[in-house]
Design a protein around this ligand. Structure first.
Ligand SMILES: [Zn+2]
Length: 455
């Protein structure tokens, strides 16, 4: 007779009882507030938070005096460009940029070449992510080749552990197809994420349609191109009961639509990108393609509405939309350049600078860690082939040691030549932001110490 087991406890590959890392002198960011504590890690697990912890011989001691010690950041929206555009970014270089930006997990967007629309490509990207400086989860395409015509094998990808699906770079134009995708997604327990843009209304525009597009003579993308798809998809959520995540909201109208949908109790979530919290269409005045992005930089009042949405909980997460482009591809006239800007290494300092006058550290970390981790379903360890450790905190004994140590009184100076990305298309060249990522710890390993990647 076999002995009945009451419950099973997952056993790590090797028993770690010795403290391997001590994070000393920081303020630990918890959901309710800050707590002055040293943090001890034993391998991939947080084992103690105490006022002072003596480090055993051989343990790594990380100085965190004056710093915030929070859960590692999670990016819902990273373009890693591999396979297909390795000259712009690779999984390895993108994950390095992520780690330097305080991220311990990123969700790779599926608009690669080929697109992540099959288990084969998804498996390849997941394999490339193993051993990278940040964990790499993948999102799958909603339609085959992101062409908007036929559904991708959502079930096959979901079985692999893929939790988010999107045709990002394009919205699903066909409402009936989107409705069918939502029905399937609901059955598989996964989330569809929409790049909201009506192609007909956008009409091949290059920037926001407004006073600056008229002045500069560039074709414009009206706010309505985004808002009409947000409105349509809210109707489809109401119809199907399936959740939708809205990518990179950029207009006041979109924020208000999501606010109303949430008031109604619909299962919608949303993200905003740092550049839509900081930059306006006036930046395009010099025709520099580095300011071309999709959705485009909008008006001052849209920026204000996005920040209000983040502060009042309408927008759940800050997501980078890190979109590397090799220098030669951006070295063309504005209207011909591909849209997109780098974001991983500047996101937290920008969010800090923009949001800290209104929000405290717990809320800012929640927007960049716990909330996106929940949307991507990375808060618990996933034993499937997409296996990942838990992200989003809270940092307490027993939690996974995925940690970001941020110094709010340091300064981030953006020097494009020193970014880890293979590309250089940051819109912040030469700019400074208050606050800097100091250390990043991935599964207990200090992968970034004093702003330097360790391998
Ligand atoms: Zn997009």
């Amino acid at each position: 007779m076999t002995e009945a087991r009451v419950f099973e406890v997952p056993v790590p590959d090797f028993p770690v009882t010795e403290v391997t890392v001590v994070i000393r002198g920081g303020s630990v960011v918890g959901p309710a507030g800050l707590r002055r504590a040293d943090v001890a890690l034993a391998g991939p697990v947080v084992v103690a938070l105490e006022e002072t912890i003596d480090a055993p011989a051989g343990a790594v001691v990380l100085d965190a005096r004056g710093c915030l010690v929070g859960p590692g950041l999670v990016d819902l929206h990273t373009h890693l460009r591999q396979p297909g555009r390795e000259e712009a970014e690779t999984v390895e270089s993108g994950a390095r940029a992520a780690a330097l930006g305080g991220y311990t997990a990123v969700v790779a967007m599926p608009n690669t070449e080929p697109a992540i629309d099959s288990a084969g490509v998804a498996r390849d990207v997941l394999a490339l992510g193993r051993g990278a400086l940040a964990e790499v989860a993948v999102s799958g395409a909603i339609t085959l080749g992101r062409a908007g015509k036929a559904l991708a094998p959502l079930g096959e990808l979901a079985a692999l552990g893929v939790q988010i699906f999107t045709d990002d770079g394009a919205g699903v134009q066909d409402g009936a197809l989107m409705r069918r995708a939502l029905d399937y997604a609901k059955g598989f327990g996964v989330t569809l994420a929409q790049h909201c843009e009506d192609d007909c209304l956008a009409g091949g525009g290059a920037m926001h349609e407004g006073c600056w597009s008229s002045r500069l003579g560039l074709p414009g993308i009206p706010a309505a191109a985004e808002e009409s798809m947000v409105a349509r998809d809210i109707q489809l959520v109401r119809l199907t009961g399936a959740p939708v995540h809205f990518l990179h909201l950029s207009t006041g109208g979109s924020v208000e639509l999501v606010r109303q949908a949430k008031r109604e109790g619909l299962p919608v979530t949303a993200e905003a990108a740092p550049h839509h919290m900081l930059l306006t269409h006036a930046e395009v005045a010099g025709y520099d393609p580095v300011f071309k992005v999709n959705p485009p930089l909008r008006t001052e009042s849209d920026v204000t509405a996005v920040i209000e949405g983040l502060c009042d909980g309408t927008i759940d997460a800050v997501a980078t939309d890190h979109a590397p482009h090799a220098p030669e591809s951006k070295d063309v006239p504005f209207d011909l350049a591909p849209p997109g800007m780098l974001g991983l290494q500047t996101a937290l300092p920008i969010a800090w600078q923009v949001l800290s006058p209104t929000l405290g550290p717990p809320r800012i970390f929640a927007l960049m860690s716990a909330a996106p981790a929940a949307i991507a379903r990375l808060r618990r360890t996933d034993p499937r082939p997409a296996g990942h450790s838990a992200h989003g905190g809270p940092l307490e004994a027993g939690a996974a040691a995925n940690i970001c140590v941020f110094d709010p009184s340091a300064t981030t100076v953006v020097d494009p030549s020193r970014l880890a990305s293979r590309s250089r298309n940051t819109p912040y060249a030469g700019r400074s932001f208050t606050g800097a990522v100091r250390h990043t710890i991935l599964r207990g390993e200090p992968v970034v110490i004093d702003a330097v990647a360790q391998r």
